[in-house]
Design a protein around this ligand. Structure first.
Ligand SMILES: Cc1cc2nc3c(=O)[nH]c(=O)nc-3n(C[C@H](O)[C@H](O)[C@H](O)COP(=O)(O)OP(=O)(O)OC[C@H]3O[C@@H](n4cnc5c(N)ncnc54)[C@H](O)[C@@H]3O)c2cc1C
Length: 415
């Protein structure tokens, strides 16, 4: 039976993918029960410390449009026309992203975007949102999830109906599928971590060009900064955990100060709270999660980071998760029953999510190293010229960021 109006579905996780998915499923007439471990972000202070802003591109925009929420999101979004490369000597160069008007990406606050999606989901009659509910895994001997109410400690179960797990990179549901030998999981941690810092306004004005993604590439590591609506920038340092030029060496304020003055003097001058923030803000880890076996019959499906977390260097994790949501809903028109739908979803998506995982890893080298290389710049200019002359020639970066009609796996074949 094709998933039909009035049927119930459980979604675990009301992060970026879960909240968008709830809207899309409810708009198809399904009854959606969402369980999220955090407190309701409409009431409590939003989580801080993990990627404060994100780059939104065409695939994500397409998902938001399909859900009818794009007009609520765009006022939160700041266009970024290209990467502004900051050389060691303080000189800058804007490397534009797209060759056509409108080929820009957008900086958007994770918390604000998530809140808008949750508000939009809550307005739909078919959506029930349950916050403060930690999913512990699959219910034993029956369909549904085992949950713990974080306020009371009470253990309970979600209804026995198909469930979609969007509980992120550390997915408890993925662990449960692994324990039952349904999923095969390979986690590849990156040996570089990240830390987020702030570049405040200067005299009430943004300290850097607003419509750009700023990069201070330094070969083995880099600092980037994305603009926020309040005229601040969120800067992120990506650096090895151990060894020469690593987080391990930045154990004292003096070491941090010396490192930033040496490597990023122009950025250092814009970060008055550098050393305080450096020791107060968490050091985040990164990695790729490859999973085979995203579903258990028609009972459970993994989607978004829960199925395929990637490193952030192509700015595509959320975009890909939104594309997952749109594709799942599209496949509903073609597939009979949840089991067939879930199977078709993995079959169609996995080659594409494997492709973006690879491109995201490759883009780290490009961002921290290749953008400095005159030969790379020459080739990029040539590719831009070719693309302007012949609209059928679409370089990989453009294919990923601006052409959602080109699957990731096909984009990977472009150079
Ligand atoms: C530093 C960094 C920068 C990034 N930059 C970009 C970018 O520029 N562009 C981009 O597209 N992507 C970016 N990403 C990736 C992006 O953040 C993720 O791909 C995206 O958040 C995935 O959405 P999701 O809904 O699958 O997971 P999440 O957004 O992580 O949501 C998971 C949700 O599930 C909840 N949850 C977790 N466990 C449980 C449980 N056991 N029970 C109940 N609820 C649970 C969580 O509280 C959360 O609300 C970045 C990631 C990082 C780390």
């Amino acid at each position: 039976m094709t998933p039909a109006a009035g049927q119930g579905v459980t979604v675990v996780g009301a992060g970026l993918a879960g909240s968008l998915l709830a809207i899309l499923l409810a708009r198809r007439g399904l009854r959606v029960s969402v369980y999220e471990r955090r407190a309701d972000p409409r009431r409590a202070d939003a989580d801080s410390g993990r990627s404060i802003n994100l780059a939104l591109a065409a695939r994500g925009i397409r998902g938001l449009q399909l859900a009818g929420v794009l007009d609520r999101v765009m006022p939160l979004a700041i266009p970024m026309r290209g990467r502004m490369v900051h050389e060691h000597d303080g000189s800058t160069e804007l490397q534009v992203y797209g060759v056509r008007p409108g080929e820009v990406i957008y900086s958007v606050s994770r918390a604000a975007l998530n809140r808008v999606l949750i508000e939009a989901a809550a307005e739909l009659p078919g959506v029930e949102l349950h916050f403060g509910q930690l999913c512990l895994g699959l219910a034993h001997e029956r369909a549904g999830f085992e949950l713990r109410d974080e306020a009371t400690g009470r253990i309970h179960h979600s209804p026995a109906q198909p469930g979609i797990a969007t509980d992120g990179a550390g997915s408890a549901v993925r662990d449960a599928l692994l324990a039952r030998e349904i999923a095969i999981v390979r986690e590849e941690p990156l040996d570089h971590d990240y830390k987020e810092l702030t570049i405040p306004p200067v005299d009430g004005r943004p300290a850097l060009e607003v419509n750009a993604l700023h990069i201070w590439p330094r070969g083995g590591f880099m600092l980037i900064a994305l603009p926020n609506l309040d005229h601040t920038f969120t800067a992120t340092l990506f650096l090895a955990r151990e060894g020469a030029n690593s987080f391990a060496q930045l154990g004292t304020p003096a070491a941090v100060e010396e490192f930033f003055r040496r490597e990023f003097p122009s950025a250092r001058a814009l970060m008055p709270d550098l050393t305080r923030e450096f020791f107060e803000h968490p050091q985040g880890s990164l990695g790729t999660v490859y999973t085979r076996g995203w579903h258990l019959d028609g009972e459970v499906l993994l989607l978004g980071d829960a199925a395929h977390a990637i490193v952030p260097f192509h700015g595509q994790g959320m975009n890909c998760a939104f594309e997952d949501c749109a594709e799942l809903v599209r496949l509903m028109d073609e597939h009979h029953g949840w089991a067939g739908l879930f199977e078709a979803f993995e079959h169609e998506r996995r080659p594409n999510t494997d492709a973006i995982a690879q491109m995201a890893l490759e883009n780290y080298r490009e961002m921290r190293e290749a953008v400095l290389d005159p030969e790379y710049r020459r080739k990029k200019k040539e590719a831009e010229e070719r693309e302007k002359r012949d609209p059928n020639v679409i370089p990989r970066y453009s294919a990923v960021m601006f052409h959602p009609e080109i699957p990731y796996a096909a984009a990977l074949r472009n150079r």
